[in-house]
Design a protein around this ligand. Structure first.
Ligand SMILES: Nc1ncnc2c1ncn2[C@@H]1O[C@H](COP(=O)(O)OP(=O)(O)OP(=O)(O)O)[C@@H](O)[C@H]1O
Ligand SMILES: [Mg+2]
Length: 482
């Protein structure tokens, strides 16, 4: 059973239960009101008649007692009404034939009547159950006179039943209409509530089938609307990730294939030349083979580094250390290359600037940034490595040391400044200017991952034609040492 049917059945049953209970309660209330009303009507009828009877006997006006008895006797449910004088003679009766007869008390015991008088019930063989209201009153004689009204319970019941059938019919019509309208409302409500769920289910199914371009066409301000919007964002992200995965695979394949084919071709040439006794090109060929093998090794190392940092399985051995020694080491490492390219390479370091980090990883960060600066800065340029202690970063707690690698090279266009930190992203025109190993565009991605793994941040300030400054913020040593 789907959600829509379940909702319809649930709300339909609820509605039915409410309608049945409400109509039942209304019927019972109506019935109680009716009974009370009829009961009150009988009491006031009797009170009026007994008063008339008493007045008539007091002034010996039998005629008005007779008229009163006749008119009360015509009222529905009244079996008889009569006045009895102190001698026991019936002076007025709703049945004129019984006027002047002697009154005989009905065969029952009486109980007090609310509002004065007494009442008693008995069953008559022809008229069924009867109820008599009797009131004694004094008209000056020794014995009391009496006013009596006898009601037929059978006709009382008939009146009640007839009225209640009418009430029940009206209740049935009104509540059936309400029930039908409620049922239609339930179906509409269930459809409205479940429509977004249908869209979302269909969308999820499409996604599960691998259709990452599917979007849910549903807008709403409630939770389901937000769910649909989030679903679309998620599908968008999955699409991007899928695209990234495809790009990654094709980049990796390309980066593996090109040095391998170069190695293969030049190894073939070496074999051929060697067997044909030609040896003058062998050193050049083997140099190419070695360079490609180096490129391949660097690439495989970079990819492994990236995947390790991604999986957070990179081991960090954080310690507090002074940057001075490390700066000297990396500057020495790159000095030869800088001289070769006629680039001035220097380090500016105020005394005792420290960081709390993994020294090997910081070395890797600096090597990548300095390697880039020397690679892209043209001859005659300048590359500076500097550090600054105790910088506060917005939105980050603690104090940070800022390490900057600045050059006065070509600079980077604004539009490229974000993406070069992503894998395999390079500035194409810049790549062409590089002599020798052109790289694969993984260096900055590794740097960013390493910095993030330290809880730090990386920033870039660059202007085309003026140069670039890459700044790395790492936790300051002091902040972490007691
Ligand atoms: N100092 C710089 N000056 C100008 N452009 C730079 C500089 N550093 C990086 N870039 C640009 O950013 C791109 C990405 O750098 P990244 O270090 O990730 O890759 P790469 O150096 O090309 O290759 P790899 O580092 O994998 O050997 C570079 O290709 C270059 O276009
Ligand atoms: Mg690089």
């Amino acid at each position: 059973m789907n959600i829509r049917t379940k909702l319809t059945v649930f709300y339909g049953s609820l509605l039915t239960a409410v309608v049945v209970l409400a109509s039942g309660a209304l019927y019972l209330t109506e019935r109680r009101l009716l009974l009370t009303e009829l009961e009150n009507a009988r009491h006031s009828l009797f009170a009026g008649f007994s008063q008339t009877c008493r007045d008539a006997l007091l002034v010996r006006d039998e005629l008005s007692a007779i008229n009163a008895a006749l008119s009360v006797g015509k009222i529905m449910g009244v079996q008889g009404a009569f006045c009895v004088d102190p001698t026991g003679r019936v002076v007025a009766h709703s049945d004129p034939a019984r006027r002047g007869t002697r009154y005989t008390a009905p065969p029952t015991t009486f109980v007090p009547l609310k509002g004065g008088g007494r009442q008693g019930r008995w069953v008559d063989p022809t008229d069924g159950e009867l109820l008599a209201f009797i009131k004694d009153f004094s008209v000056g004689a020794n014995a009391p006179a009496q006013a009596v009204v006898v009601f037929s319970q059978k006709s009382f019941q008939e009146t009640v039943t007839k009225t209640l059938v009418g009430v029940a019919k009206r209740i049935l019509i009104v509540f059936s209409m309400a029930w039908a309208a409620g049922l239609v409302g339930t179906v509409i409500l269930a459809r409205r509530l479940t429509r977004p769920i249908f869209y979302i289910t269909a969308g999820t199914h499409q996604l599960a089938q691998g259709n990452l371009t599917h979007r849910i066409d549903w807008k709403g301000k409630d939770e389901l609307g937000r769910l649909a919007a989030d679903f679309n964002v998620m599908a968008e992200r999955l699409g991007e990730l899928d695209q990234m995965k495809n790009d990654f695979v094709s980049n990796v394949t390309h980066e593996l294939r090109s040095p391998l084919s170069a190695i293969e071709s030049y190894a073939n040439l070496v074999t051929e030349d060697w067997s044909n006794g030609r040896s003058h090109n062998l050193v050049d060929y083997l140099t190419i083979v070695r360079n490609n093998a180096t490129r391949l090794r660097k690439f495989v190392t970079d990819i492994l580094d990236l995947s390790k940092i991604d999986a957070a399985s990179v081991e960090m051995e954080k310690e507090r250390f002074d940057l001075g020694v490390l700066f000297q080491e990396v500057v020495d490492l790159f000095q030869a290359k800088a001289r070769e390219k006629n680039i001035r390479l220097g380090a500016e370091l105020p005394s005792s600037v420290s960081v709390f980090a993994d020294m090997d990883k910081v070395r890797q960060i600096l090597t990548n940034l300095l390697g880039n600066a020397l690679k892209f800065t043209p001859p005659g340029g300048e590359v500076t490595l500097s550090a600054e202690p105790a910088v506060r970063r917005e939105g980050a707690g603690g104090r940070f040391t800022r390490i900057t690698v600045a050059d006065n090279g070509p600079g980077i266009l604004d539009k490229d400044q974000q993406r070069i930190f992503d894998r395999f992203e390079q500035v194409k025109e810049m790549r062409e200017t590089v002599e020798g190993q052109k790289g694969t565009g993984l260096g900055l991605a590794i740097v960013r991952q390493l910095v993030t793994a330290h809880g730090g941040q990386i920033g870039l300030v660059s202007a085309v034609g003026r140069g670039s400054a890459f700044s790395v913020y790492l936790p300051e040593g002091e902040a972490h040492v007691r």
